[in-house]
Design a protein around this ligand. Sequence first.
Ligand code: HEM
Length: 424
Amino acid sequence: MNPAFGAPEAKALVPVFSEAASVLTNKWKDLLSLSQNGDGTEGQVFDMTKWVSRATLDAIGHAGFDYNFGAMQNQDNRLANVYHNLFADMFSAPSDKALIRGHLTSFIPIGVMCRLLEYLSKSDPRLARGRESREVAREVASELVREKSKVGTESRGKDVMSLLVKANMASQSEKNRLSDEELYAQMLVMFIAGHETTANSLSWSLLEIARHPEVQDRLRKEIRDKERQIISEGRSASGFTAADLDSLSYMNAILKESMRYHPVAIRLPKMALVDDCLPLSESVKTTSGREVNEIPVRKGQKVLISIAAYNRNQEVFGEDAHIFRPERWLENDSAESQKGGGTSVGVFANLLTFSGGVRSCIGWRFAVLELQTFLVELIGNFEFSTTPECDKIRREACAVMVPTIEGEVEKGGQCPLKVRCVRE
Ligand code: HEM
C-alpha cells in the first residue's frame, strides 16, 4: 500500500478533504438558518459523533476510493448506517460472557475461530452487527475494485485505491500481485483503520476546543490572519494548501495536544517472534532487591503497549500531562523538542498515537491533513460550546476510544455540542 500513502499523495488530497468539510458546513448553516433569528447565531445542539462520522466517511470515500458515499446528503446511505456507531455497538460495555469469549478466542487457531464467530453471529446481535457491516463493505469494495480494474494502468485517479490497483497491475511479478480478494481485504482494512479513528479524533478535538473558549478564540484568530494573508497573495481564502495548514502553528499545537490527550487507538497488541529482551529506560528494583534493566520476553509471548499511558507519561510530557494544554507544543522545552535528545517514539509529534517504527500507521499523513482541513473549516465558520451533557462524557474503549455519555453507553458514541455561526 506504500505507493498510495506518501507525503505528496496525501497533500494532493487536501482539496478533497476541503470539499467534504464544506459540505458539512453548508448542511449545518442550512439547519441553523431555520432557527428563530434566521442568521444562525442562535445555535443548535448537534451530536459531533454522528455528523463528523458522515462527513469523514464522505472524505475517505473520495480520498480513499474516488467514490461518492453521499453520506452527508443521503441519511439512508447503507454503508454510513452500518458503520455509524459500529465499534461502540460491538465492543462497548461487554457482558461477562463476551469477555470470557474474547479471552478464549485467543487460544483458538484463527481459521477455527473465524468459523466459530460466523456460527455465533446467527444468535449474537453484536456479532451479527459486525457481519452485516462486513458484508455491506465487501459489496461496495468489490464494485470499486471492478471499476478501477477496468480503467487499469491508464487511471489518473489520485485516490488511494486507484494508486493501489494501478501499482498492482503494473507489478512485473505475478507472484507479488494481489488477488481481487486481497484487494477487497485492503479496502476493508482502510475503512476500519481510517474512518472511525479519524472521525472520533475530530469529535474529541472539537469537544476540547468547546471546553476551552480561550483556545478556540486564539485558533479562530490564527485562521483569520491566514485567510487575510492568502487573499493578499491573490488566492481564494477557502483554498488552504497543505503548506498553509502546516504553517498554522497554534492549530497544529491543538491537534497534537488533542491526539496526545485522547488517542483513539488506546493500545497496541504485539507478539514476540523470537526470544528477546525489552530494554527499560530506567532500571527498576524487584521485590528481592535486584536491579533490572531489561525484561525478557519469550517467542510467542504477547505484549500490550499502552498508547494512552505513554501519551500521559509525566516524565515525557511534564507534571501537567493530565491537563489539556496546547501551549506545551509551542514551548522550547516541549515534548516534541526532546526528539533526538530524549525519547522519540512515534511517527507524529513524538506521540504513540499513530505508533512508531515499520508497523506504524500507514495513513497518518492522510489523517493529519484531514483533521487540519476540517478544523480550519469548522472553527472558521462556527462557534462551539459545551452542553450540560458534556460533563458526563466518558471515554469508552471499544476498539477505538469513543466519547459516550455516562448512563447512556448503550446509545453508542455521543458528543453533543452547541454550534452557532460565527458572530463577526
Ligand atoms: C486519527 C486517525 C488514526 C489513528 C489514531 C491511527 C492509528 C493507528 C495505529 C495505532 C495503528 C497500529 C500500528 C501498529 O500496529 O504499530 C494503525 C494502523 C493502520 N492504520 Fe491508522 N490511524 C489513523 C488513521 C488512519 C487512516 C486515515 C488510514 C488510511 C486511510 C489508516 C490506515 C491504517 C492501516 C492500513 C494500518 C495497518 C493495519 C494493519 O496492518 O493491521 N489509519 N493506525
